[in-house]
Design a protein around this ligand. Structure first.
Ligand code: UDP
Ligand code: MG
Length: 316
């Protein structure tokens, strides 16, 4: 039985992979615990897969799964958690932005009885625009979501075996793990660390992808945006009703005098804007239902190390 599993999603990480692997081993080996490293190659176009194949061939503690194309980090994390056999599972990035030195402290806290140990980074060295935007986003999310999402707490975390089983038991195909981890509950402790730039290679999260990720987060956990649409509609209806009463009263008292072209146009434009946005929100939910209804697998495995019974694809 392995005590600790480290799950590492990798997408085009061949430039940092070796440095990461060395640093991780340096942090894990002195602990004297049995461990395994589960790499998930998320359809990299660079030699990441070849490198993982070599690592797994020379070190029995290394296992890997390789996707047939890029399925996204959420799918890679899921595959890694399915692969992991350890009593404690640590999820971390391959780019050394999640310092491996923290893993022993996370395990220490886990031994004290915590089911989730969340590493939370500060925002040192991050661009002013990006950090202001993310802060605003988290404030917004806190209003809308039932689950609590902590600013700066990413996917670098330790999960106990039962926490992993809980996450794996959630069937949805649209996976927003930050929310899922918070949804499952259990005793959680946060550990702060200093943010650092990625060691090599480049980030795959451009503005567009972050925006989509943000919208996913808002919509994945409840239907509060729909509720907001109903509220807006009700308020508009009430104000229109009041305005109508006023018009009638005014006409009765003062006679007919209605130029009002600008008022009319403004009202029409504002209303159609609200209607379009509302239809958009409804469409998002319908799209999600469609997506879930297809029940597609989260990823397709192209290759795994031969030792891995969890995935059926034949090793190359
Ligand atoms: N990653 C992945 N699939 C993707 C994008 C990213 O598996 O489609 C992995 C990537 O290899 C890295 C981690 O997710 O280990 C975080 O990615 P990145 O460093 O690009 O994100 P950032 O740190 O900029 O948020
Ligand atoms: Mg990174």
């Amino acid at each position: 039985m392995v005590r600790v599993s480290i799950v590492v999603p990798c997408f085009d990480e061949s430039e940092v992979l070796d440095a990461f692997h060395t640093a991780l081993l340096a942090a894990l080996e002195p602990l004297g615990e049995s461990f395994e490293i589960c790499y998930v190659d998320d359809g990299s176009g660079d030699p990441t897969r070849e490198r993982l194949r070599q690592l797994a061939a020379t070190d029995p503690r290394v296992r890997y799964t390789s996707f047939s194309r890029n399925f996204g980090k959420e799918s890679a994390l899921l595959a890694g958690m399915r692969m992991a056999r350890g009593g404690a599972v640590v999820l971390m990035d391959a780019d050394l932005q999640h310092p491996p030195e923290l893993v022993p402290r996370m395990l220490e806290l886990h031994r004290h009885g915590y089911d989730q140990v969340v590493a939370r980074r500060d925002r040192t060295g991050e661009g002013a625009v990006r950090s202001t935007l993310s802060r605003a986003y988290y404030r917004l999310v806190r209003h809308f979501m039932d689950v609590e999402i902590v600013d700066g707490a990413g996917d670098f975390r330790l999960l106990s075996r039962r926490a992993v089983e809980a996450v794996l038991s959630l069937p949805e195909s649209n996976r927003f793990s930050k929310g899922l981890f918070s949804w499952i509950g259990f005793d959680t402790v946060t550990l702060a660390y200093r943010n650092c730039a990625r060691a090599a290679g480049r980030s795959k999260w451009g503005g567009r992808r972050l925006l989509d990720y943000g919208i996913d987060g808002l919509l994945s956990f409840n239907s509060r945006p729909l509720r907001l649409a109903i509220h807006t509609g009700l308020w508009l209806f009430l104000s229109a009703f009041a305005y109508a009463l006023w018009i009638v009263a005014n006409t009765v008292l003062n006679g007919v005098d209605t130029p009002g072209y600008a008022t009319l146009l403004t009202a029409v434009v504002a209303l159609s804007g609200i209607q379009l946005a509302t239809v958009g929100v409804i469409g998002e939910y319908v799209g999600r239902i469609y997506h879930e209804a297809k029940r597609r697998p989260h990823y397709v495995v192209q290759e795994t190390d031969a030792r891995d019974p969890a995935h059926s694809a034949a090793p190359a």
